[in-house]
Design a protein around this ligand. Structure first.
Ligand code: DGL
Length: 226
C-alpha cells in the first residue's frame, strides 16, 4: 500500500495522478486538516508533524509514502534514516525537471518553503539557473475555500493576476507550483502565463513514486537465464 499526505486538499492532485499511473496499487490519502496550514509553522513543528504523518500512514499499512506537500518535503533531510527510506519528498523530482526546462525559474510556495530556500538549494544540484521564490500563503486558504480550476472567485482571480505580474516581472521562463494546493489552479495560471512552462511538484512527485513502485515490481519478477 502507498500512503500519500498533505495538510489538506493540495496533495489530492498528486494522489489522483498516482492512482492514474498505478491504478492496481492500494493507496491511502491523509489530509492533516487538524494542523493546517503547514506553511506558517516553524521547522521544528513541521518535522514533528511530518514524522506523525509518516507514522500514521505506516500504521495503516503503507510501505512507501509520498510526501505530497512541498512544505513537509522541505524538512525531509531532517527526518530519521528509517523515515527517509520509506518516504519520497516531491521537491527533488520537480527541481530536476525545472532545471532541465530553463535558466530563470520562479517558485510560488508557502511562507515556510519560500523562506527555507528549499527549491533554490535543490535546483542548484542540477543547474546554475537563477531561482526567485515568492511566498503566496494566502493562495492556500483560497484553494481550501473551494477555489479550484473552473470555479474561481473574484478575490482569487485578483490574487492570481498579481502573482502572474510578479512572475512575468521576474522574467521567469519556468514557474514551479511549489505548494501542491496551487496545482488546483494550474489551468488558470497557464492561461495567465501562456509563455511560461509550468512545473507541478504534485505531478513530478507522483511520476517519481510510480517509477519507484514499477521498478520494485520488475525486481520482484526478475528471471535469470544461465
Ligand atoms: N500543500 C502544502 C504544500 O505543498 C502546504 C499548504 C499549507 O498547509 O500551508 O506546501
Amino acid at each position: 500500500m502507498i500512503g500519500v499526505f498533505d495538510s489538506g486538499v493540495g496533495g489530492l492532485c498528486a494522489y489522483r495522478e498516482l492512482r492514474r499511473l498505478i491504478p492496481r496499487e492500494d493507496s491511502v490519502y491523509l489530509a492533516d486538516i487538524k494542523n493546517a496550514p503547514y506553511g506558517t509553522k516553524s521547522e521544528d513543528e513541521l518535522i514533528a508533524l511530518t514524522r506523525a504523518d509518516i507514522k500514521r500512514l505506516s500504521a495503516f499499512g503503507a510501505r512507501k509514502i509520498l510526501i505530497a506537500c512541498c512544505t513537509a518535503s522541505s524538512v525531509w533531510h531532517r527526518l530519521e534514516k528509517e523515515e527517509r527510506e520509506i518516504s519520497l519528498p516531491i521537491i527533488t523530482p520537480a527541481a530536476r525537471l525545472a532545471a532541465s526546462l530553463g535558466e530563470r525559474i520562479a517558485v510560488i510556495a508557502t511562507e515556510h518553503t519560500a523562506s527555507s530556500g528549499a527549491f533554490s538549494k535543490e535546483i542548484s544540484k542540477f543547474s546554475d539557473a537563477s531561482v526567485m521564490e515568492f511566498a503566496e500563503q494566502e493562495l492556500v486558504s483560497l484553494v481550501e475555500r473551494g477555489n479550484r480550476d473552473g470555479s474561481v472567485s473574484g478575490e482569487c482571480k485578483d490574487t492570481l493576476s498579481a502573482i502572474s505580474r510578479r512572475v512575468r516581472d521576474a522574467g521567469a521562463e519556468v514557474l514551479i507550483l511549489g505548494c501542491t494546493h496551487f496545482s488546483h489552479l494550474e489551468g488558470e495560471l497557464s492561461m495567465l502565463l501562456p509563455e511560461v512552462k509550468i512545473v507541478s511538484p504534485a505531478r513530478a512527485g507522483a511520476i517519481e513514486m510510480a517509477k519507484t513502485i514499477n521498478e520494485g515490481r520488475r525486481e520482484r519478477g526478475r528471471v535469470i537465464y544461465t
